[in-house]
Ligand binder design. Structure first.
Ligand code: ADE
Length: 225
């Protein structure tokens, strides 16, 4: 899978893709993430990417031409399944969306800044608009990193234990059960006995029960779905 991220702040995206699982996925050739500096496609000497909003008001708007030039260049080399624009007024990111997108081959993610992009970018190029939650970030970069992480970890072979993405919270509309590791007792706090019993069926039953309890307690809305 290949993800092309278009941004005016490429440095913001260096670190998230250079460590741990996202780095390993790329090293193994399972995912390729290419970050494009939008300024490369600016048309004037000042490398301008944004301009005042027609009709006035505070905040700058990202111009269509550099974005058009960048996307057109990318599309010359391959077909894209989706051109995703990260924006607080997009559909809310949920596990099901990450699952769907993890099956795609080529995706472009466009990061907005300032007051966002010229509406014509959304009309002409964008196939899907995604928000990572009901709050406003200073730009789409961190949201793009969140979305990419949620997608890439689902690609078969990326996680070392093939089953571990399936046992994540939300995969079955349940939150994950509590987990423990050594020591079995710390400052008087004990690990639940059943987990030390070696009785696999009892352990699975306990985990299932804790998942349901935790979901009822914290996210009853998931059970209604
Ligand atoms: N850009 C700014 N805020 C955002 C959000 N909540 N989700 C996605 N992109 C954004």
């Amino acid at each position: 899978m290949r993800i092309d991220i278009i941004t005016c702040l490429p440095k913001l995206l260096e670190s998230p893709f250079s460590h741990s699982i996202l780095q390993r996925a790329q090293d193994k050739g399972l995912a390729e993430v290419v970050v494009h500096d939008l300024r490369q496609w600016a048309t004037n000497k000042q490398k301008q990417l944004d301009d005042y909003a027609y009709g006035g008001g505070a905040g700058m708007v990202m111009m269509i031409e550099p974005i058009d030039r960048c996307i057109s260049e990318l599309k010359k080399d391959r077909e894209y399944d989706e051109v995703i624009y990260m924006t607080p007024d997009g559909e809310r990111l949920e596990q099901g969306i990450a699952n769907q997108l993890s099956l795609k081959k080529n995706i472009i993610i466009l990061c907005g800044h300032y007051k966002g992009v010229d509406e014509r970018v959304r009309e002409a190029f964008v196939t899907r608009e995604i928000s990572i939650g009901d709050y406003v970030l200073s730009g789409g970069e961190l949201a793009a990193a969140v979305l990419s992480d949620a997608i890439i970890r689902l690609i078969p072979g990326v996680l070392s234990d093939e089953t571990s993405a399936l046992t994540d919270s939300f995969q079955d509309n349940l939150l994950a059960p509590p987990v423990y590791t050594r020591p079995a007792e710390y400052k008087g706090m004990k690990v639940p006995e059943v987990l030390l019993s070696g009785h696999q069926q009892k352990i699975e039953d306990w985990r299932a029960q804790k998942s349901i309890e935790r979901t009822k307690d914290r996210r009853p809305d998931l059970l209604e779905e």
